[in-house]
Design a protein around this ligand. Structure first.
Ligand code: SAH
Ligand code: SF4
Length: 368
């Protein structure tokens, strides 16, 4: 049984071609599954009954199943999704007045082991499939519509989710092929039709993959910088030992050259007494002088047994002022969904043991 959510547009074309179907069948199917968010092949009523019946024998539409679903007091909603083998991933919906943003996971765990990241502390389990990645967007749109979400763009027939950030669990560029295939679905007019400025990929700095992305799918780029020097970044973001700052910033510049009106967002987690001094802010401004960029300062999200603490508010604001005085746009990330642990960087950290037990029970109850 194939899962139709696993197919990007070219793969769906090839699938229908191999079945002796016309190419427009692939386009119709894309519109049903991703445009109209159908969950059953039988629902695709403009396909001939015989075609549907034959298709339903070989194919299905299957997103990861929901383990838990919580909504915070500020409207942030977090789904914990079962991806098999006692692995769970998280997807977070962040409502704002003018947009609905979905934070999507790309891997179960992460191999890159950044010092301040609870996903990294879990180690790496596996890459998510295309269906598991795009299934998060498909699922969130369906759930929000079913809940009767009130947003002006939904009243105009658009999907609830208008923006996607690849900032959940995992390093998206370490799961390159599946992430790019899923992003092609996000951008396809027959699927989600998001503009490439509304899809943001966040990376810890896999330089060769940044180069490839520029050619394959140049969406908005966010880079987790976190330190103004190689010595400090080596300690915080170990992939820096392989791709140091000079190479990373050169790759950012080349990425932007392809799309001159764009900029890179540099993410910078604020760690008390580690990377948050005024001098470090000045060094940072000097470091990225030549790169069209914005800064997003992220208050550190503590998790059990971490050696780090969050910078005091005043220090974050001083750091921001230094960057602003140097001519940069610098924002401080608002903490959302605090009461349900929905913030970046602590995904599936605190809930892990509890969840593992729950997943275990689930699998025992419904052996597959
Ligand atoms: N692997 C990618 C994307 C996922 S992490 C990356 O590293 O960029 C999304 C963002 O959350 C990254 O900027 C990451 O550095 C940051 N982050 C990780 N742990 C965090 C924590 N405990 N508190 C705040 N931000 C964190
Ligand atoms: Fe992986 Fe990103 Fe966490 Fe680093 S910050 S361990 S790259 S998920």
């Amino acid at each position: 049984m194939v899962n139709l959510l696993d197919f990007d547009p070219p793969a769906l074309n090839a699938f229908f071609a191999a079945r002796g179907e016309k190419p427009f069948r692939a386009r119709q199917t894309l519109r049903w599954i991703h445009g109209r968010l159908a969950d059953r092949i039988e629902a695709m009523t403009d396909l001939a009954r015989a075609t549907r019946e034959a298709l339903a024998r070989d194919a299905e539409i299957r997103a990861p199943s929901v383990v838990s679903d919580k909504t915070a007091s500020d409207g942030t909603r977090k789904w914990l999704l079962d991806v098999g083998g006692a692995n769970a991933i998280e997807t977070v919906y962040i409502p704002e007045d003018d947009r609905g943003t979905l934070c999507i996971s790309s891997q179960a765990g992460c191999a890159l082991d950044c010092a301040f990241c609870s996903t990294g502390k879990q180690g790496f389990n596996r890459n998510l499939t295309v269906g598991e990645i795009i299934g998060q967007l498909w699922h969130a749109n369906r759930e929000l519509l079913a809940a009767g979400i009130a947003a002006p763009w939904v009243e105009h027939g658009r999907h609830p989710i208008t923006n996607v950030v690849m900032m959940g669990m995992g390093e998206p560029l370490a799961n390159y092929d599946n992430v790019v295939a899923a992003m092609h679905l996000m951008l396809d007019d027959n699927a989600y039709g998001l503009s490439r400025r509304r899809v943001t990929l966040s990376t810890s700095g896999l330089v060769p993959a940044i180069e490839r992305l520029r050619d394959d799918c140049p969406v908005a780029l966010a880079v987790s910088l976190h330190a103004p020097t190689d010595a400090l970044r080596d300690a915080l973001v170990p992939i820096n030992r392989k791709y140091p700052l000079r190479e990373l910033l050169a790759a950012c510049l080349r990425y932007i050259e392809r799309a001159p009106r764009d900029f890179v967002t540099f993410e910078y987690v604020m760690l008390d007494g580690v990377n948050d001094s005024a001098q470090q802010a000045r060094d940072l401004a000097a470091l990225v002088r030549d790169v069209p960029c914005k800064f997003n300062l992220i208050p550190f999200n503590p998790f059990p047994n971490t050696e780090f603490a969050t910078s005091p508010r005043q220090r974050i604001l001083s750091f921001q002022s230094v960057l602003q005085d140097a001519g940069f746009v610098a924002t401080v990330r608002k903490t959302r969904g605090e009461d349900i642990d929905a913030a970046c960087g602590q995904l599936a950290g605190r809930v892990q043991d509890r969840t593992k037990r729950r997943l275990h029970r689930l699998h025992v109850a419904t052996p597959s």
